[in-house]
Design a protein around this ligand. Structure first.
Ligand code: ADP
Ligand code: TRP
Length: 317
């Protein structure tokens, strides 16, 4: 099915870099699931972006399958969103090249992702250097209006607009300027140590771990030893229950952190269990079929943009 509505277009890209945690779920996945049907939505696996740091074909394959499963399990309907891989559609690298020719080296040198690697003394590859222009292509190929992303991606959207502006000024109005939609309503989900939950910090509560793994992580959450309310436990609890619902529970179990953690385990499990079950029903072949169908649907749209671009720059004779 191709889109035929007057809804705005939305696209987000996923770097499939490992198993998701509940911070990812409440911070990005759930907000996406809650709103994607209001738009013509595209969900793209950014596997060629992942190649800037991943040299493990087996992991590349596994991560791709897994991230699609995660989104399907969380409620994305592949009929309603176009789910596809960047590497399945050659238009991305082609427009990425064209956009590379629009921006300067000093401009790309200011990109955070690149600067961070250099600051850490890591050897940046040229793919990492031009990463923002591949991302700009991901977005502009589909005439996208909004791009839901975390705060860390704000600069990439600025870079996209800059490249689009330069292209349009040089060749005439061709590409659409997108806007970012920063996920911020839930704030930062704390990890088991009270810091921001992040896979690089080893403080995560897994989203699709076994019930035992979820429980182990929750029971290890650090709490202050004096107050009545274990803050980090409560912060996670508030993501799934209202303050009114929690008030009597926290009153009744005042100071008994272990009990409150067990209640949180059960409440979380109520949300995760149905998703976990759904995820187990999804096979690798299901994912491959969805991605093949998504690639076809994506290309129908991006080919039109690419034709337009080729004509404007003078390479379609
Ligand atoms: P990580 O920090 O574990 O590497 P990513 O940077 O891959 O996570 O984040 C993927 C998405 O999940 C982003 O949109 C980000 O905003 C969101 N996210 C990650 N960690 C949290 C958190 N602790 N609280 C809220 N949102 C988060
Ligand atoms: N750079 C993004 C990230 O690391 C992933 C991404 C690639 C993306 N292409 C995109 C996000 C296009 C939004 C739109 O999270």
């Amino acid at each position: 099915m191709l889109f035929m509505s007057d809804k705005k277009r939305l696209l987000t890209g996923l770097q499939s870099s490992g198993d998701l945690h509940i911070g990812n779920y409440f911070g990005a996945l759930k907000p996406f699931v809650d709103m994607y049907e209001n738009y013509e939505s595209f969900l793209m696996i950014a596997d060629y972006h992942a190649l800037t740091s991943l040299r493990d074909p087996e992991a590349m394959h596994r991560n791709t399958i897994n991230v699609v499963k995660d989104y399907l399990a969380a409620g994305v309907d592949p009929e309603k969103a176009v789910i596809f891989r960047q590497s399945d559609n050659q238009d991305h690298v082609e427009l990425g090249w064209v956009l590379n020719c629009m921006v300067t080296v000093p401009f790309l040198q200011q990109a955070h992702a690149y600067k961070d690697k250099v600051a850490k003394g890591l050897e940046p590859n040229a793919g990492l250097f031009t990463y923002p222009m591949l991302q700009a292509a991901d977005i502009t190929l589909y005439d996208i209006d909004v791009v839901p992303v975390g705060e860390d991606q704000r600069q990439h959207l600025e870079y996209t607009r800059e490249a689009v502006g330069k292209f349009n000024r040089a060749f005439g109005e061709t590409l659409k300027e997108p806007k970012e939609m920063i996920y911020e309503s839930v704030g930062v989900v704390p990890g088991t140590d009270g810091e921001k939950m992040s896979k690089s910090k080893g403080n995560i509560v897994p989203l699709f771990g076994t019930p035992e793994e979820t429980e182990k992580a929750i029971m290890s959450i650090v709490t202050d030893s004096e107050g009545d309310n274990p803050e980090n436990v409560y912060a996670i609890h508030r993501l799934i229950k209202t303050a009114e619902e929690l008030l009597p529970v926290y009153e009744e179990h005042k100071g008994r952190y272990g009990d409150l953690k067990k209640i949180l385990v059960n409440d979380l499990e109520e949300i995760i269990a149905p998703m976990r079950e759904k995820r187990e029903q999804i096979s690798e072949d299901d994912v491959k079929n969805i991605l093949a169908d998504g690639a076809k649907r994506a290309k129908v749209i991006s080919n039109v943009t690419m034709e337009r671009v080729r004509k404007m720059i003078g390479v379609s004779l």
